[in-house]
Design a binder for this molecule. Structure first.
Ligand SMILES: [Zn+2]
Length: 218
């Protein structure tokens, strides 16, 4: 089962020497000495990090969902607390947080771990949080054709915390709804209630299946 490391940016690998060269130039241009001991390996480290944090470019997010399955389950499925790390396209500064996905299948489901892969594929790029949210909802809709999809993304943006308005700890929450979640306020409320339940720290995604729209949580 693949982890984050499977998505590596091949262009970064192919352009390694040039990227290292330019990182070294930036170090000089901000007034640093790229020759001092602590910085000697920095251009190479930054480049290796780019391979990983921009790994999303190496995959078509539609394919991240992998093989889908025929399944008669047509009740709400939620995978919550999927941790993501992304880079703000305005500042190339990190933003990160959690993604919660709920969908009501109409005959096709995706493997649960594949939803986390979709999040990786979409977030490991230069992004804005709003677009991550919409893209996850749109790709779920396109690939699985469910009755409805709802995506909530929470994010902390270092470009907001560390510069400009300097509001440490403030969270941005974005939402996207497709299909039944658009019209059905009760479905939206149920989803929001379920993602708030048993909140805790951690990296493991949670999964709930509701037996009925208001139903039992397994
Ligand atoms: Zn920014």
């Amino acid at each position: 089962m693949g982890g984050v490391k499977d998505y590596m940016n091949g262009k970064v690998a192919a352009n390694r020497e040039q990227i290292e060269y330019h990182v070294e130039k930036i170090l000089q241009l901000i007034g640093e000495d790229p020759g001092r001991e602590g910085l000697l390996e920095t251009p190479a480290r930054v480049t290796r990090m780019y391979e990983e944090i921009f790994g999303g470019y190496s995959v078509d997010p539609r394919e991240a969902l992998g093989v889908t399955f025929d399944e008669s389950h047509e009740e709400l499925v939620i995978v919550k607390d999927i941790v993501y790390y992304s880079q703000c396209e305005h500042h190339m500064a990190p933003f990160f947080g959690k993604v919660h996905i709920g969908y009501i299948p109409s005959g096709r489901i995706a493997g649960l771990s594949k939803l986390a892969r979709l999040v990786e594929a979409v977030s490991r790029r230069l992004q804005v949080q709003e677009r991550i949210t919409a893209q996850i909802a749109d790709i779920m809709t396109e690939v699985l054709n469910p009755h409805g999809v709802m995506v909530v993304v929470e994010g902390e943006h270092l470009c907001m915390c560390a510069r400009g308005v300097k509001k440490p700890g403030s969270k941005t929450v974005t939402m996207a709804t497709r299909g039944t979640f658009r019209e059905d306020a009760a479905a939206r409320a149920e989803f929001l209630a379920l993602i708030k339940k048993n909140r805790r720290r951690g990296f493991a995604p949670f999964m709930y299946t509701a037996k009925s729209p208001s139903g039992t949580v397994k």
